[in-house]
Write a protein that binds this ligand. Structure first.
Ligand code: COA
Length: 631
């Protein structure tokens, strides 16, 4: 006969007889069982009583212990939420503008004003979407809300972080305002959510290659930061003339649906609102979402629309009968919530979000000192960043001036202040969030890269998010002598170490390109390829392998070529570099998460740090075996 007991730790212990049990347990535990006289083939019924009682007591104890453990974990997390950050009194960076530098400041300011003008012009262009006629068709004929009005109803407020506003501008296949879809991160019932919202005024919301890229980047951000995704679908599917660039490859159309499934399995909620057509590929977004809302009359879901049905079968059918909200809510079950009109759909969506398993920390009353520190603005106006944004590398001022206009109270705890001074490293706070700052202050020399590597690992060790302020040298160092060769080799090794440290650091990383983003230095400074959680550019930023004006080193020497001809080629290349390295060119192609104004940087960084922090408030994060499957 065998007995099974559970120890306080929960481990199962099997005993074939009391004798064996005696051998395996201590005296105290055995006292419960002494009364039982075990016979060869069984136990008399009265002997079951103490055994059952003790077994019940054991189970009870285990349950209590388990509950106590869970309770202590909860208490720990709520205590963690109540914990205060350690007191800090980082030194203030005294960085007023010195009169001797005013001419550089003024030159930068003039350039920043020109960039600002371009930024505003492009913002205006993007806001107009597909143009007046398309807007009239969308609102008057199709009776739909414009995408920004939809977001106004969905989000808590208009204060959302828009991603890659200029994506789609200046592409070989034309200007596609906002890449035909708005993406960003906004709050719904206090919870930061990624939204992906088609703008149907741009060619019926059809997906261009850049649209797909933009959607995938938004999903990537959602995965990296564990943010719920809300899709506002109003799309005619693929933009057919460019189908070969949308359909076949890994990171193209199908990836959106793949990501939806993977995110669902990772317990990153997927919610869709059908507020227009969901044709062909577009139809899979709501049908793969975990919960879907559909709007009566304006929402349709089908693989092929009425014209296709007519062509194939000769049958005339209305969009509503073929795949309207009634059909999908009552017959197919493709959607879960029916809404008579758009406003109701966004109310449903907000309610869905409130059922997600997140628990935000309670707003606690903080002592006056903590509140004061948290709201401490930099000592210097953020407007002064416009004069610090370098128009070119030669106009770069000390990066401490930039840092002192970003951190709370202009405070900064510098690390290795006297070593590798062409890289600034240290800790600061942005709206109370501690960050490790890594900022270029000249060429990324051997010493600077070693220091960068050390500091990045330090932040990773301490779980402190990293902020990279990038302004890298315009061109790679030349090797003109043996000494130079040795120096460059050492630098190469140190930069390699820094790149490894940055790539492997598991803390969140945010990169802001405040000047140049050139060559290999930009990798070590957490360029796009190094997977920062967010990467933004200032409008003055330049992104290219080598900066305009330094193209000579790129051209192969040709002894037979006339000097004049060589000069012509150089000029041509420089002109091209000038165009292709602009921040707007980069953002149009989605090499970043958007162009932000220098004076808005502190606010954007505060939002990003807040967004990154949110994942710790999700109660259930365990990975599932598969995505939630619809009926
Ligand atoms: N590919 C390329 N262009 C498309 C397109 C597509 N799949 N769908 C729509 N467009 C274009 C139209 O030609 C029109 O262009 P224009 O402004 O230069 O004239 C513009 O988008 C708006 O389309 P329109 O039909 O006038 O607007 P609408 O609001 O009445 O209808 C749709 C929008 C998306 C419902 C409708 O155009 C449609 O059903 N398109 C076909 C969808 C389809 O079958 N997709 C299959 C993709 S695999």
């Amino acid at each position: 006969m065998q007995f099974t007991f559970r120890t306080a730790g929960g481990a199962r212990v099997l005993h074939s007889s009391q004798t064996e049990y005696k051998q395996n347990t201590d005296e105290e535990e055995l006292s419960y069982f002494r009364v039982a006289s075990i016979e060869k083939n069984g136990i008399k019924w009265k002997n079951w009583i103490p055994i059952c009682v003790s077994y019940a007591v054991c189970i009870l104890c285990c349950r209590l212990a388990e509950q106590r453990l869970q309770c202590s974990i909860r208490c720990m997390s709520s205590a963690a939420r109540k914990r205060k950050a350690l007191r800090s009194a980082f030194p203030v960076l005294e960085q007023p503008l010195k009169p001797i530098l005013r001419h550089v400041y003024e030159a930068n300011l003039r350039n920043s004003n020109a960039c600002h003008k371009k930024y505003m012009e492009l913002s205006d262009k993007v806001r107009k979407g597909g143009g007046e006629n398309a807007i009239a068709r969308h609102t008057q004929r199709n009776k739909k809300l414009l995408v920004r009005d939809r977001l106004r109803l969905l989000l808590d407020d208009e204060d959302f972080l828009e991603l890659s506003r200029f994506a789609g501008l200046g592409l070989p296949y034309g200007d596609i305002p906002s890449a035909g879809c708005l993406t960003g991160i906004g709050r719904i019932n206090g919870l930061w959510c990624v939204f992906i919202a088609n703008d149907a005024t741009v060619k019926g919301g059809t997906a261009y290659p850049i649209t797909v890229k933009k959607q995938l980047r938004a999903q990537e951000i959602a995965i990296q930061n564990r943010l719920p995704c809300v899709y506002l679908v109003d799309s005619g599917g693929a933009f057919l003339p460019l189908q070969s660039e949308i359909f076949p490859d890994k990171n193209q159309g199908g990836r959106t649906f793949y990501n939806e499934a993977i995110m669902s399995a990772l317990k990153i909620p997927q919610v869709a609102v059908v507020c227009g057509s969901c044709t062909a590929g577009g139809a899979y977004i709501p049908t793969m979402a975990e919960e879907t809302v559909m709007v009566h009359r304006i929402g349709t879901i089908f693989l092929g629309g009425p014209p296709l049905v007519k062509a194939a079968t000769g049958e005339e059918v209305t969009p509503e009968n073929l795949g309207g909200a009634r059909l999908h809510a009552e017959v197919s079950g493709c959607v879960d919530h029916f809404a008579w009109e758009e406003k109701e759909a966004y109310d449903h969506t907000r309610n869905i979000i409130s059922t997600l398993n997140f628990q935000l920390p309670e707003e606690e009353e903080e002592d006056e000192e903590v509140t004061k520190r948290k709201n401490e603005e930099p000592l210097y106006s953020s407007e002064e960043l416009l004069g610090l944004a370098p128009r070119s590398y030669n106009y770069t001022l000390d990066v401490k001036m930039v840092v002192s206009r970003l951190t709370d109270g202009s405070r900064f705890q510098e690390f290795k202040a006297r070593f590798g001074t062409t890289l600034l490293t240290g800790f600061g706070k942005i709206h109370g969030n501690l960050v490790g700052i890594v900022a270029n202050n000249g060429e990324l020399s051997y010493e600077a890269a070693l220091k960068g590597s050390h500091f990045v690992q330090l932040c990773d060790q301490r779980d402190v998010p990293l902020l990279f302020l990038q302004n890298t040298a315009p061109t790679a160092a030349l090797t003109l002598s043996t000494t130079q060769a040795e120096k460059n080799t050492n630098r190469l090794k140190a930069q390699g170490s820094m790149m490894s440290a940055v790539a492997c650091a598991s803390v969140p990383k945010i990169t802001v390109v405040i000047g140049g983003c050139h060559g290999a230095d930009s990798y070590a400074m957490c360029g796009r390829a190094f997977d920062p959680n967010f990467l933004f550019l200032w409008p003055n930023a330049r992104v290219s392998m080598t900066a305009p004006g330094h193209s000579g080193s790129l051209l192969p020497p040709d002894a037979e070529q006339q000097e004049e001809e060589q000069k012509k080629q150089e000029d041509k290349l420089n002109k091209r570099l000038e165009e292709e390295s602009s921040a707007f060119f980069s953002s149009g192609r989605l090499w970043d998460d958007g162009v932000i104004l220098p004076q808005d940087t502190r606010k954007v960084l505060a939002d990003c740090l807040d967004i990154i922090k949110q994942q710790q408030y999700q109660l259930s994060t365990e990975k599932l075996q598969s995505a939630l499957l619809r009926m």
